[in-house]
Design a binder for this molecule. Structure first.
Ligand code: CTP
Length: 406
């Protein structure tokens, strides 16, 4: 949501990747940004201004003045209108001109007048990309604060394959979101640890004790907090998910013991922790070195795993916030309140398996947040992404309250 209401100027220079700028504009508008487009004369050969004008809902700017009526297209006012300027695709020619200050088209004069953050997404053939001149130009721009959204490897228009494909529009948007999260997010400057997913407790080289947690809720919380500018330390059990934001540092673990050790190491460096992992309560006393062969009945000797939440609750300082989850099937409020107190949490997020659409393996969740004072707030059934935003709101409030009390 960090791009909502932002004025974003998209500069399109003349390369085959110009067709992807249509998708970039759509992605930006979907996130609530207002978009204007400036094209180089050459770019019009690759994508029509009509397409981009329709998508951006603004006339396209190419010339210094409108040949029909002589109206002046002011690069200065465009430069000051923009909260961000993204040149995508940025050809080798445009990058070279940006680096040397050449101002022979509206895209370039606007760049020289822009006071906002500037992003470039290079797109060119692999040899042009690898040429020392291009590399130096990119370095020069980077040194001046331009954010380079690196080109990807792959098939190129020339038929060759290598580095030079423009980054995907979704990745360009992500880079812009990350930039604004880091500079403007409400949680800028805070570090938050998250545990997510299941843990696997090994029985032998091919078997384990696990649970149905997918990790989706924890990963959604991590992305939501990162989008608000927090540096996130995500400790994750085995899941199929990957992280999007560059503000998230992922530590992968398998067992409860490994999660416990990572959490104890990381928590002292954090302002808060959200413990959403479904940690196995027990692990086999021993992991067999070889696959266990079955001969009728078998008994597994289980020993308790360390309780991460309880240990962090003991270690927590007055300025740290600790949030837990409780997934219950019965006596929900009573059980959740018991965990809140026993683990010294600031609030607990309760989901009941009695509620349809809540819990593991679904995209939705229905939560009740219980505060340290015992007050419960019920939320309606929402997607896990929306639930993550509710949890992040409550966490932000709790962290702010602690800060003002200090
Ligand atoms: N938790 C943890 N380490 C454990 C067990 C639980 O950090 N070994 C955390 C969970 O991540 C969650 C909270 O404690 O935030 C409650 O987890 P839950 O499994 O519901 O609670 P338990 O204390 O294990 O109680 P029970 O399984 O008996 O319901």
């Amino acid at each position: 949501m960090i791009l909502k209401g932002k004025h974003i100027l998209v500069g399109v220079s003349g390369g085959i990747a110009a067709y992807k700028s249509a998708m970039l504009i759509r992605e930006l508008i979907r996130r609530g940004a207002e978009v204007q487009v400036v094209m180089t004369p050459m770019a019009k050969q690759f994508i029509t201004p009509l397409t981009l004008a329709t998508l951006s809902k603004h006339p396209i700017l190419v010339d210094f003045f409108d040949p029909e009526n002589g109206a002046w297209n002011s690069h200065v006012s465009l430069g000051t209108w923009a909260d961000a300027y993204v040149v995508a695709p940025a050809t080798a020619n445009t990058l070279a001109k940006m680096a040397t200050g050449i101002a022979d088209n509206l895209l370039l004069t606007t760049y020289l007048s822009a006071r906002c953050p500037v992003f470039v997404a290079p797109a060119m053939d692999l040899d042009m990309m690898a040429h020392p001149a291009t590399r130096l130009n990119l370095l020069t721009l980077q040194e001046r604060g331009v954010v380079v959204v690196d080109a990807a490897e792959g098939e190129l228009a020339s038929g060759l394959s290598g580095k030079g494909r423009m980054a995907e529009p979704a990745d360009i948007v992500l880079a812009m979101q990350d930039y604004f999260s880091r500079t403007e997010g409400l949680l800028c400057g805070s570090r938050i640890m998250i545990t997510a997913g299941p843990t696997y407790e090994k029985i032998d080289p091919v078997r384990f004790i696990g649970n149905y947690s997918s990790g989706k809720m924890g990963y959604a919380i991590a992305e939501e907090l990162a989008s608000r500018g927090a540096e996130v330390e995500l400790i994750s059990g085995p899941t199929k998910f990957s992280v999007q934001s560059s503000l998230i540092k992922l530590t992968k673990v398998e067992s409860a013991r490994q999660m416990y050790e990572a959490a104890l190491r990381i928590f002292p460096t954090c302002h808060a922790a959200v413990l959403s992992a479904a940690v196995a309560d027990f692990a086999p006393a021993e992991c067999a070195d070889e696959k266990i062969k079955h001969h009728g009945e078998m008994t597994l000797h289980l020993v308790p795993n360390p309780d991460i939440a309880a240990e962090l609750g003991r270690q927590k300082t007055a300025s740290q916030t600790l949030v837990g989850f409780a997934l219950e099937t019965n006596d929900e409020m009573h059980n959740a309140q018991g965990k809140l107190q026993a683990k010294n949490l600031d609030f607990i997020v309760l989901n009941s398996l009695a509620d349809k659409g809540a819990g593991f393996m679904v995209d939705t969740n229905k939560i009740t947040i219980i505060g340290a004072d015992g007050e419960a707030t019920e939320y309606p059934l929402k997607t896990k992404v929306e639930v993550a935003a509710d949890i992040a709101d409550r966490l932000t409030d709790t962290m702010n309250n602690k800060q003002t009390r200090e």
